[in-house]
Design a protein around this ligand. Structure first.
Ligand SMILES: Cc1ncc(COP(=O)(O)O)c(C=O)c1O
Length: 476
């Protein structure tokens, strides 16, 4: 992706690819969207994709493949043991991340399960900049817990600090001084962070955390699922690294970690995941769990075809035009929303444009599912599906979620600028009519584990009234 300067002033993010395979999409009428929402229990995760016009729920497994990736699909060696495909992937990991051992698994949370099973025991505590829900769950299932060390700036949805995913180093050191070392099997870094609006962590901060951990002989665990966005932000926001190549930045990050894992659904544009490390003892522990729960270690939970795609996807990731495509579109959305006063998380992060539902729906109470109601309303007025990140999907056991966000994810190379402009337009219409967005309630209060799949019901007929108002606008 690059930005071009317009003759009439301003800049425009422009796609650095052309499209040769397309999937038709359709916009069903607003009445049908209400019906689809009813059937989905007002949860965007439960919507059928055929009822969705623009799918911005996630980028996971939904990024578009390059021609080279599509071609690589047919190179797969499906041998149960010793597959050539595996060794090519392991070589790619060595080349780019500098790690000797590579274990494939079926997706990011499988990495987390393998790591938790291998290293976490009852009572353990794992420092992290911010939690990700699947890692938190896997850690807790093993009897451990996470301790967050995000700096204050990361907990705010406003501000322009370029690296809101940074660790509070002082607090981390204090915690490590006061906690027995045997209770801290690893220190986790998420680069970039998912749940605070896709905000990145700086390379200086990663190196500092790594130095603190290594001085104490504690493993550094790096979650690189969202590293593509983080690479872009280091390249564009870190004065010291602006002349470094993406490959150099990636390697400096990797060198700071003892174990790296990633969701291949994000990094590598394939359906899979991987764990990489240099320590042989750690490798054996994780390998035995992969053998037991995922598959033979040379394919783990992955199909060989997807592994070929992932290998080429790693090369694509070293291309600045590819890593910047998502963040450039996201920045465009954020800037357009800011101009119109629509509350968004700033500065623009990775993964998606995050609407701040606390401010968007300030007329609703904290426990009235502001983000879930906003996600439902966006679907009604646009057919676009975002993802609720708030009380419903994030904090089912607690009464208040740390954030009430609606994520409009921007999968790489999937949507064009006209799709993006359409979504911006409809969200702006909704913002003008925000008072019409009403509350949501749990469908069944007794359900405690939600894992994204919730069933909510509107407090009254606000959805129907909103749909009627939207129809009156005569926009479809
Ligand atoms: C930072 C981070 N870690 C881990 C995961 C889990 O990956 P997966 O969805 O492939 O299980 C995700 C997925 O969104 C993520 O964003």
């Amino acid at each position: 992706m690059s930005k071009i300067k317009l003759y009439e002033g301003g800049t425009l993010p422009i796609e650095m690819h052309r499209v040769s395979i397309v999937h038709p999409i359709r916009l069903i009428p607003v009445e049908e969207r209400l019906r689809a929402l009813d059937e989905a229990g007002n949860c965007s995760y439960n919507l059928k994709s055929e009822d969705v016009f623009i799918d911005m729920i996630t980028d996971s497994g939904f990024n578009a493949m390059s021609d080279a990736q599509a071609g690589a699909f047919h190179l797969a060696d499906y041998a149960y043991a010793g597959s050539t495909t595996y060794y090519k992937m392991a070589d790619k990991i060595k080349e780019i991340l500098g790690k000797e051992y590579f274990l494939p698994v079926h997706q990011g949370r499988a990495c987390e399960q393998m790591l938790a099973r291998s290293f976490v025991k009852q009572g353990d505590l794992i420092p992290t900049n911010f939690h990700f829900c699947t890692f938190l769950t896997q850690t807790r299932l093993m009897g451990g817990d996470l301790v967050e060390f995000l700096q204050e700036k990361g907990l705010s949805t406003v501000g322009e600090d370029g690296f809101k995913g940074d660790y509070d180093l002082e607090k981390l050191e204090k915690f490590l001084n006061e906690t027995p070392k045997e209770r801290v099997p690893m220190i986790r870094i998420e680069a970039g962070t998912n749940l605070i609006g896709g905000q990145p962590i700086s390379l200086d901060n990663i190196n500092a955390v790594s130095a603190i951990a290594r001085a104490r002989g504690i493993r550094v665990l790096l979650d690189m699922s969202l590293v593509m966005d983080n690479l872009h932000f280091i390249k564009t926001r870190d004065e010291k690294r602006k002349d470094h190549t993406i490959r150099q930045i990636m390697r400096e990050m990797a060198d700071a970690a003892d174990i790296i894992y990633f969701s291949g659904r994000k990094l590598g544009f394939a359906r899979g995941g991987g764990i990489c490390m240099n320590d042989h003892g750690d490798y054996i522990k994780v390998r035995d769990n992969v053998s037991c729960f995922e598959g033979f270690p040379t394919f783990g939970g992955m199909s060989s075809a997807e592994m070929e795609v992932m290998r080429v996807g790693f090369d694509d990731t070293m291309d600045e035009n590819v890593v910047s495509q998502g963040p450039d579109f996201i920045e465009y959305m954020v800037e357009e929303f800011k101009k119109r006063g629509v509350p968004v998380v700033t500065p623009a992060g990775g993964l998606g444009c995050h609407l701040d539902a606390d401010r968007f729906c300030a007329h609703l109470g904290k426990k009235e599912f502001r983000a879930a109601a906003l996600a439902a309303a966006i679907y009604i007025v646009s057919g676009a599906r975002g993802m609720e990140r708030g009380l419903s999907s994030e904090a089912p056991e607690d009464s208040i979620a740390p954030f009430e966000l609606v994520r409009l994810a921007v999968p790489r190379r999937v949507y064009t600028l006209s799709h993006i402009k359409y979504v911006i337009d409809r969200v702006c219409w909704l913002y003008e009519h925000r008072d019409m967005i009403g509350a949501m309630r749990w469908e069944d209060e007794s359900v405690k584990e939600h894992m994204f799949i919730d069933f909510l019901r509107p407090a009254d007929d606000w959805r129907e009234r909103l749909a009627l108002e939207y129809k009156k606008a005569n926009l479809e």
